[in-house]
Design a protein around this ligand. Structure first.
Ligand SMILES: Nc1ncnc2c1ncn2[C@@H]1O[C@H](COP(=O)(O)OP(=O)(O)OP(=O)(O)O)[C@@H](O)[C@H]1O
Length: 431
């Protein structure tokens, strides 16, 4: 780190912690002020960072599209946001924990890749901020700004300043959470979807990574205490790429269970679209196969009903610990739809995205329907042997109101929130 950066960091610390900074600086200026985590010191640590951080190749691109913005811990963005830790990354961004020196609060900065990938998300989030009445379960930006890219004046990276939330849905968290907490999350997610759908916005990418619990505020903690809570950042200079500015790969923070709140949020609106959007404005893309509705996999366009299918996969995951359909079986996810829900509509034959689809999966038969209907029941019983048959029947009935091939016949978010079976299950868990 250069002398200039070091003195900037000391000044920043003074701004952040006016009471104690002078004293700490004079006591341990080197140990304390410059503490932005540890560089890897052996091969194991290097592997650790490589596995959990974004691939270094995301910082290099032959055609200059989708290039990530290199960032170092301790950097100050927009003269206001001090980068303190890493939170995660996606296909289009890195996400960092920063201390907002102006508001004296911690935020998440989603630093979008170059190449226009920010445009749809920013536009839709602005629309949500303007038009959605109840935004309490939607992770939308508080602010946005642009970072110029290198010496080129015409290129930039967009940054979305988001409320700090996380972690996302994972088996690890589900198995440690009460059923009441999981069902409350399912209800909050449905309310998030209802408020989006009311204004005609389709999310199009509902999956476990985009649904997150809240975190308690770290307000009042100095950086050392934050690192003690979230794990010290482990970092490595971005290797192999000739960068126009310094940058680091950083292992993401671990949000401890005690910090997780009962609030639940839907985020990542990168693929979201308005129903009345002209086709050229609709970004291409699908949710991961296990969350994707069968109509989309057979060439139909996005609709509110495709979000509802993805929602029901998440509801099932929250209830059963796992998504209800398996993409790994022979023939992929379509084979599993056939196994669980029976033959797909005959009119979809030949339209599937996947070449392994068999024509016989589209042939209607009463006998197959009755056998296959037992499969969902069996999967629920396998995953939830601890609950009584009455509750398992209720859950199956809820799932079958949305796991309907025809999008027109799927219950909407508003209908499901008012549905007697859904209400009965939520009431049982005090939601
Ligand atoms: N507000 C937030 N607070 C804490 N962590 C966040 C926040 N937003 C995103 N993250 C973390 O960063 C990761 C990447 O975010 P996000 O999915 O929005 O990025 P993306 O580039 O749009 O990804 P994708 O390729 O899935 O579209 C998330 O999985 C999550 O771990």
């Amino acid at each position: 780190m250069t002398r200039e950066t070091k003195s900037l960091s000391i000044n920043l610390l003074r701004m952040q912690e006016p009471e104690s900074a002078t004293l700490i600086c004079s006591q341990h200026p080197q140990d304390y002020d410059m503490d932005f985590g540890d560089f890897v010191s052996n091969e194991d640590e290097e592997i650790d960072v490589e596995e959990l951080a974004e691939p270094w190749s995301n910082y290099a691109s032959e055609d200059n599209t989708r290039v990530f913005y290199p960032i170092q811990l301790g950097e100050l963005l927009n003269e206001r946001y001090l980068i303190e830790h890493k939170l995660g990354y996606g296909g289009f961004s890195t996400v960092w924990m920063a201390h907002d020196l102006q508001e004296r609060t911690d935020v998440a900065l989603k630093v979008m890749s170059q190449g226009g990938w920010d445009e749809n998300e920013t536009r839709i989030q602005a629309e949500i901020k303007r038009r959605v009445q109840d935004k309490s379960h939607l992770a939308v930006y508080l602010n946005t700004f642009l970072l110029p890219c290198g010496s080129k004046n015409d290129t930039y990276h967009r940054v979305l300043v988001l409320p700090l939330i996380g972690p996302c849905i994972s088996w690890h968290i589900l198995t440690k959470s009460s059923m009441a907490a999981r069902m409350s999350a399912a209800q909050q997610l449905l309310k998030a979807l209802e408020s989006l759908h009311k204004v005609g916005i389709v999310h199009r990418d509902l999956n476990d990574k985009n649904c997150m619990w809240g975190v308690s505020s770290l307000q009042g903690l100095d950086r050392a205490a934050k690192y003690q809570t979230l794990g010290r950042p482990l970092k490595q200079t971005i290797p192999f790429v000739e960068l126009w500015k310094p940058g680091e790969l950083v292992r993401p923070a671990m949000i401890p269970d005690e910090l997780r709140t009962a609030d639940f949020f839907l985020g990542d609106f990168g693929l979201a679209t308005k129903l009345d959007e002209p086709t050229f404005q609709v970004p291409r893309g699908y949710p991961p196969a296990v969350y994707c509705s069968p109509d989309r996999l057979h060439g139909q366009g996005p609709s509110l009903a495709c979000d509802m299918w993805s929602y029901m996969v998440l509801f099932a995951q929250l209830y059963l610990d796992f998504p209800p359909f398996y993409a790994g079986s022979d023939g992929g996810i379509i084979a599993d739809f056939f196994k669980v829900l029976g033959p797909l509509p005959g009119s979809w034959k030949g339209l599937c995205k996947y070449p392994e689809c068999q024509d016989s999966w589209y042939e209607q038969s009463e006998e197959l329907n009755s056998i296959q209907n037992g499969e969902l029941k069996a999967r629920i019983a396998l995953r939830r042997p601890d609950v009584d048959q009455g509750e398992r029947d209720l859950v199956e009935s809820i799932m079958l109101k949305v796991f309907v091939y025809s999008p027109e016949r799927r219950l909407s978010a508003i209908q499901l929130l008012q549905d007697n079976d859904f209400r009965a299950l939520m009431d049982k868990y005090g939601c």
